[in-house]
Design a protein around this ligand. Structure first.
Ligand code: ADP
Length: 440
């Protein structure tokens, strides 16, 4: 017998026993009256508690379960325990749900859930951005009403989702490329995963352009070389012509060699570890080397000046910096007509070591300046080739500088000249007042 029955029977037996006592002592009326009144009171009490229980069951809330004495106390205690257990379970499910949502929100992928009628059930912030949706406003809307692009509608309705769909001109500025993959799940439901592949696609396009450019750059000298070789093989040429052809062939093969050398230098820069950040560059020797190279290249056709603050120190990879700075100096000489002036400087300004090359040469129109460091970008194609340029010099400079966290700043005016300035970061720049220890 459970506690409810045991207690109820005990109460009834007690009441009947008291009524029987009264019956014997004070007569039948008193006994029956007592029994009737006490049963009535008991019934009222039960009805009152049932009413309370009803209200509690209507909206059971932890902490609002009433208490009572005796039997009803037991009932409420059990109800309290039940609500507590239920609340703990709900809290744990809620926490799991929150963590799950947080994890999906943290993902770089867009996640969008569709129900069996292709209506949006939920989507994360990234999917909102990719598709230009508003999760609060658009939930329960059919996705094809919001994303009307024919390729997307076709992909969704064709129900062949082995390959992702690539959508162009997406996002706020209509410049992004997004990959969309649908994964069916559950009963006719769909998970739509999106990924911004703009960078990957652009890199792939750059790679294609690069291969095309390299082929084009090598094709011209190769065609010239082949032409000369065929002429020498097939036609009777004089000794003098033969020697002239050999000279011209040498120029073309050297041009190819320079291109290949620059390409290898770029590849090395891309694959090498970061340059040392504690190794001190011998600035004096580096500058002397640059000035010497400029003079050798100019062959007295220009006025070359150098201005070196002997206290300046720079930290980094000396070989890489020599190649980068050397490219700037060689450009200044090559793009400055005879009689022009070139100034090579190393100064210290506001905690930064600053290297600069100024020339009074051809100058560069403003629209070209942002593109100068692109591979094979040339403003003056024929002048670049005539002076032995590969179109890769400034690309190498850009790589070396980015590895040293240094900035390249270009100011130029067509017909008046250019200044290429390298600003080294504070942690790679230094100044020593006592220059006796520093080779100038
Ligand atoms: P290149 O081997 O053709 O010189 P770079 O990458 O070194 O290639 O330079 C890219 C282009 O920038 C050059 O083709 C040239 O048109 C322009 N340029 C670079 N330096 C100068 C300069 N000092 N004055 C004028 N034009 C320059």
């Amino acid at each position: 017998m459970n506690v409810i029955w045991a207690r109820s029977v005990a109460i009834l037996v007690s009441l009947i026993a008291i009524a029987a006592g009264l019956y014997a002592a004070a007569g039948a009326i008193t006994g029956l009256l007592f029994l009737s009144v006490s049963l009535l009171l008991l019934l009222s009490y039960y009805l009152f508690q049932i009413n309370r229980l009803w209200r509690v069951l209507d909206a059971p809330a932890y902490g609002e379960i009433p208490s009572a004495l005796g039997l009803w106390g037991e009932v409420y205690y059990r109800l309290h325990r039940l609500v507590k257990r239920w609340r703990t379970q709900v809290l744990s499910v809620e926490q799991q749900h929150t963590r799950f949502i947080q994890a999906i929100q943290a993902s770089p992928y867009g996640v969008l859930m569709l129900d069996d009628a292709d209506q949006i059930e939920w989507c994360n912030d990234v999917a909102e951005q990719h598709f230009g949706l508003n999760a609060k406003r658009d939930v329960r809307q059919r996705i094809t009403h919001l994303i009307r692009r024919p390729e997307f509608v076709h992909y969704l309705t064709r129900e062949r989702y082995d390959e992702p769909l690539v959508m162009r001109d997406m996002g706020e500025h209509k410049r992004n490329i997004t990959s969309v993959q649908i994964l069916p799940y559950g009963e006719n439901r769909k998970l739509v995963l999106t990924q911004d592949i703009t960078k990957v696609e652009n890199t792939e396009a750059m790679r294609r352009d690069f291969v095309a450019n390299v082929s084009h750059e090598l094709k011209t000298p190769l065609t010239v070389l082949t032409g000369f070789l065929e002429t020498v093989r097939d036609l009777p040429v004089s000794e003098e012509d033969r020697n002239r052809y050999i000279e011209l062939m040498l120029v073309q093969s050297m041009r190819m060699q320079h291109i290949v050398e620059d390409l290898l230098a770029l590849a090395k820069l891309e694959s090498d570890a970061q340059p040392p950040c504690h190794e001190r560059v011998n600035v004096g020797a580096l500058m002397a080397h640059l000035v010497h190279d400029a003079e050798a290249l100019s062959q007295d056709r220009h006025e070359i000046r150098s201005e070196i603050d002997p206290g300046v120190t720079v930290r980094g990879a000396e070989g890489e910096l020599l190649s980068a700075l050397g490219n700037l100096v060689s450009n200044a000489v090559r793009y400055t007509p005879e009689g022009g002036r070139i100034a090579i400087r190393m100064t210290y300004t506001d905690g930064h070591a600053v290297f600069s090359v100024s020339d009074t040469g051809l100058g560069i129109a403003p629209e070209h300046i942002p593109r100068l460091t692109e591979r094979f970008y040339r403003v003056d194609r024929s002048r670049s080739r005539d002076t032995g340029g590969t179109g890769l010099g400034l690309a190498i400079v850009k790589h070396v500088l980015s590895r040293h966290h240094a900035d390249l700043r270009v100011t130029s005016e067509v017909g008046r000249g250019s200044t290429f300035r390298i600003v080294f970061p504070v942690d790679r720049s230094g100044y020593e007042a006592d220059t006796s220890r520093h080779a100038a």
